[in-house]
Design a binder for this molecule. Structure first.
Ligand code: SF4
Length: 710
């Protein structure tokens, strides 16, 4: 095969790369070269550079695996495995009803897979119980965007638009580690001294503000909403608002003024720890900039008030007149590889393709027409991810679960409860490349293709639809999910047609999306292969939409809706003696649950295990030494890992990465309380206590942890 242009399998920056197949016997089946592209400009991070190692990994599952009566797995033919799955699905539905079958999807699935997964669940399984791990990532920002603008596209502008900005306020995002090539787009703001990073930790991104690059604002964890309300208060109090813009382009401003009136600077300082002088500087800088962007990330969104916090960031941007202009804006930085497309085409519990509402009769009629079924056949809205996982194995809940592109044993909040729910299921089917911690609990594991072995599309963090292209053939025993859906649908005598051809599925997806807010109807593979920048909405006859909202917002009245929000949970981080606030996040070397990156030698060597970051003063008080073992405890669980002393974190806060398995799962501790609007769990503010412990004997490997979990 010749070299093939495609994009990275990991994060939403979707860096462009060229894959060249290698001769038999080479260390990896392809070599990877970064490719010139507006977002990554030829650059890749170490995750992207090393991605090919997983294609030929010795740990790869190469044939369907069935659990045996002694708990072990044994290989089986595809016919045997699919017959078993279909039989179990039929039996489960007959005994417990269609909604006893649940489906859990992922933000890394291609658009075609995400679309087909939603269709398969609703038509072939007749179940409403589908949701996905994007609920843990983008749901709060998506909900805020929908209610403010009438539409949710993470960046409503191009990534390279940021280059010309002189001021960028980045809240709760560590792009220097999560998507390193992105930081080149911050250079203009840094040169102008206008990069402002809000993060309780002094991260690699916060350090970009050193030497005149800007400023680092270090609020107490969970106080971002108060900070944003305070900044909006200052903009109004100092008469820095763009009143003409507010009058022309928004509704709801009068109520906003009232909602922020109580957040004067001294009170904000008291709650956030951010000094008054810095608050004033920040408000004035945002108002004086010529190209100003406000960007939010998971740090401010993954809270029980995440939707309101993202809304407060949008309100600040609207008061400053930034949104829907050529030179400024608000955006949220999508994390997972297809975190954008994955939330548009029907794997959310309340959604049909094209970002349509499943409760909208017109949307149901349109999609039913494309699917060739009566609209009444399509179930109504289901339940969001945390609720769905909470129903696993419970009476009247989910009895059978299919998992695609997710590793909930590691990634879900209150993870041991989820693990217990999985153990109580009648039947668990997992599609994966490896025995992830979740696959290791399955009754049937179906091995699926990886990124370099398949065709499809992904939609990047800027709403640009990109082609994923096949460079090599998959191993003989591996199949695509589209083929699996087709085979299962046939066995279940499902209504509708399920093509295994990604191009045909994309064409159908485009028709189904026509007229929706995420309209792809003017696209096809040939257009995408030509390299044309394809930003949705891209209806038939258009040339796409690189910048949204220039003329009007997506609400019927054409205006942005300012939604006043209030700080319901005024933070009090450490209420009891010895209590600390735990925040969780990512490392440069790993992606999401680490199911893939922990299997790449270079990445695993660099970051082999979880380390709890703690301030030296806090550590001294607790008798903790650098590299010494600690136990991090709360009512939900216990994490045992080494400590890493660092003055980059506040003394009242500790940090754990969430990529690791076994008793190093940060999500053993996180809270499954959810945001009432978005269903987002509370990942970023958990109360824990920490104590030094003796080393726990020989360090166990990830593999041993997985097997201990089985
Ligand atoms: S920044 Fe993201 S898309 Fe780019 S190489 Fe790294 S993981 Fe891949």
């Amino acid at each position: 095969m010749n070299s093939v242009n495609t994009h990275c399998p990991y994060c939403a920056l979707q860096c462009a790369m060229t894959l060249t197949p290698t001769p038999a016997g080479s260390p990896t089946p392809v070599t990877i070269a970064g490719r010139a592209f507006p977002t990554n400009r030829g650059g890749l991070c170490k995750k992207g550079w090393t991605a090919a190692e997983l294609l030929g990994s010795a740990e790869r599952i190469l044939e369907p695996m069935l659990r045996q009566s002694d708990g072990s797995f044994a290989p089986a033919s595809w016919a045997e495995a699919l017959d078993l799955v279909a039989d179990q699905l039929r039996a489960g539905r007959a005994e417990h009803g269609a909604d006893s079958v649940g489906v859990f999807g992922g933000g890394g699935l291609t658009n075609e897979k995400a679309y087909q997964l939603g269709k398969f669940t609703r038509l072939a399984l007749g179940s409403s119980r589908i949701d996905y791990n994007g609920r843990f990532c983008m749901s709060s920002a998506a909900a805020a965007g929908n209610r403010a603008f009438g539409l949710d596209r993470g960046l409503p502008f191009r990534v390279e638009d940021l280059d010309a900005a002189d001021t960028i306020l980045m809240l709760g995002s560590n792009v220097a580690q999560t998507m390193p090539p992105f930081i080149g787009h911050l250079d203009g703001a840094r040169a102008a001294g206008g990069l402002i990073v809000v993060d309780p930790r002094r991260t690699a991104t916060a350090r970009l503000t050193d030497d005149g690059g800007g400023s680092h604002v270090q609020p107490a964890p969970g106080t971002d909403l108060v900070l944003l309300l305070g900044l909006t208060h200052l903009v109004l109090a100092e008469r820095l608002a763009d009143t003409d813009y507010l009058a022309r382009r928004t509704t709801g401003f009068d109520q906003l003024r009232l909602s922020v009136s109580g957040w004067w600077p001294e009170r904000v300082q008291e709650h956030t720890g951010v000094p008054v002088w810095q608050l004033r500087d920040l408000a004035r800088r945002l108002a004086a900039g010529r190209g100003v962007y406000i960007l939010t990330g998971r740090g401010v969104e993954q809270h029980v008030d995440g939707t309101d916090t993202a809304t407060a960031a949008i309100n600040l941007a609207l008061v400053l007149g930034l949104v829907g202009t050529e030179h400024s804006g608000y955006g949220t930085l999508t994390g997972q590889g297809n975190g954008q497309g994955g939330r548009e085409h029907g794997q959310k519990c309340d959604q049909l393709p094209g970002y349509r509402k499943i409760t909208d009769p017109a949307a149901r009629a349109h999609v039913a027409g494309v699917w060739g079924v009566d609209p009444a056949v399509i179930p109504g809205a289901g339940i969001a991810a945390v609720e769905l996982l909470g129903a696993l194995g419970r009476p009247g809940g989910i009895r059978t679960l299919l998992v695609h592109g997710a590793n909930v044993v590691v990634s879900a909040p209150n993870a041991d409860t989820v693990r217990a729910g999985l153990a109580n299921l009648d039947f668990l089917v997992v599609c994966d490349f490896f025995f992830s911690e979740t696959a290791a609990m399955a009754d049937v594991v179906l091995p699926v293709t990886q990124w370099a072995e398949e065709e499809g599309t992904m939609t990047s963090l800027e709403g640009r639809v990109l082609r994923r292209s096949r460079a090599i053939d998959p191993p003989a025993g591996v199949r695509s999910e589209l083929w699996i859906f087709q085979e299962l649908a046939r066995r279940l005598d499902a209504p509708g047609v399920y093509s295994a051809d990604p191009g045909a599925v994309f064409d159908e997806l485009c028709r189904a999306s026509a007229g929706g807010s995420a309209d792809y109807s003017g696209l096809d593979y040939a257009r995408l292969d030509s390299g044309e920048p394809a930003y949705w909405p891209y209806p038939v006859g258009s040339a796409g939409t690189p910048r949204l909202f220039l003329d009007s917002f997506a609400h019927d009245d054409g205006r942005a809706h300012i939604v006043p929000v209030r700080a319901r949970t005024v933070p009090a981080p450490a209420q009891t003696h010895g209590a600390l606030t735990l925040i969780t996040g990512r490392l440069l070397e790993h992606y999401q649950s680490g199911a893939q990156t922990r299997r790449v030698a270079e990445l695993a060597t660099a970051q082999p295990e979880a380390r709890m970051q703690v301030h030296p003063a806090t550590a001294a008080g607790l008798g903790i030494i650098d590299g010494g073992w600690v136990e991090v405890v709360n009512g939900r669980g216990t994490v045992r890992c080494r400590a890493q002393l660092s003055a980059d974190i506040r003394p009242d806060t500790v940090f754990l990465p969430f990529h690791f398995a076994g008793d190093q799962r940060a999500n053993l501790l996180t809270d499954d309380s959810t945001d009432p609007v978005s269903g987002m769990p509370e990942f970023k503010r958990t109360t824990v206590t920490v104590q030094a412990i003796d080393p726990p004997g020989p360090t166990i490997t990830d593999y041993e942890r997985v097997m201990a979990d089985v």
